[in-house]
Design a protein around this ligand. Structure first.
Ligand code: KIV
Length: 281
């Protein structure tokens, strides 16, 4: 049975921690679902991790729809949340509605995620009133990297911390079903988590959040990123690199493909073919 947003609230109430990852394609979504992860985020980190950009800013609505569709096919029962990319919701609430609608209708997402606090609370409210579940995102919001002056910890000063509480309250009032806290001091994330009815999902925000999310490629050791808040559970760079080297070496030396990788044809057909080729000479 597909997991709904209400399940996350039940998990918070029951004190059950929520494990989430990002995914961007069919095979990784299948693996995440098979591992029992209830929530999969098609993050706009897609831009850095899969598309080779140096930020999330170039990611488009078409990119998000395309990758969300693949993830939903791989994890039809997970709660698949799609990130709304840069400039798909900032202009006005009508555009936000149209674009969130595309992620759900064309992409098959169950919910969308928006970055920001009080200034987008009205948009969040419009979306949730229309039946579109919204996940909030506070702290380090990568779409604002140019304004934040880099990928830095957010909420270290009293005014910043106070604003984060106000932002979290505004998102919850707007109807957000959950809020991501990215790169936030752990004690502040703990305060936000205790204060909210909806679950917080942390990334670099300590162990007191109701759940944790990590970028899949970071925890699998695939690619070049190694964020401080990530832990490598595998070294896929090494595994894949070594496999590709062995493959290339075997092709070069002629040991791949072997007989068991090839297909035969009936000997009589072959003989007839060879005879025909011969008589053409
Ligand atoms: O885009 C993303 O992957 C995210 C997570 C880091 C929360 O927003």
């Amino acid at each position: 049975m597909p997991i709904r947003t209400t399940k996350l609230m039940e998990m918070k109430q029951a004190g059950e921690r929520i494990a989430c990852v990002t995914a961007y394609d069919f095979p990784t979504a299948r693996l995440a679902a098979a591992a029992g992860l209830p929530l999969i985020l098609v993050g706009d980190s897609l831009g850095n991790v899969v598309l080779g950009y140096d930020s999330t800013l170039p990611v488009t609505m078409d990119d998000m729809v395309h990758h969300t569709r693949a993830v939903v096919r791989g994890a039809p029962d997970a709660l698949v949340v799609a990130d709304m990319p840069f400039m798909s919701y900032q202009v006005n609430a009508d555009e936000a509605m149209r674009n969130a609608g595309r992620l759900m209708q064309e992409g098959g997402a169950s919910a969308v995620k928006l970055e920001g606090g009080q200034h987008i609370a009205e948009t969040v409210s419009r979306l949730t009133d229309a039946g579109i579940p919204v996940m909030g995102h506070l702290g380090l919001t990568p779409q604002s990297v140019n304004q934040l002056g880099g990928y830095r910890v957010q909420g270290r000063t009293l005014p910043e911390a106070q604003r984060m509480l106000d932002d979290a309250d505004a998102l919850e009032r707007g109807g957000a079903f959950s809020i991501v806290l990215e790169t936030v001091p752990a004690p502040l994330a703990a305060v936000v988590t205790k204060r909210l009815r909806v679950p917080t999902i942390g990334i670099g925000a300590g162990a007191e959040c109701d759940g944790q999310i990590q970028v899949l490629h970071d925890i699998l050791g695939l690619g070049t990123r190694q964020p401080k808040h990530g832990k490598r559970y595998a070294d896929l760079n090494a595994v894949i690199g070594e496999a590709l080297q062995r493959y290339a070496a075997q092709v070069r030396e002629g040991t791949f493909p072997a007989e068991e990788h090839a297909t035969d044809i009936d000997d009589a057909v072959l003989q007839e073919l060879l005879g025909a080729v011969e008589s053409e000479r």
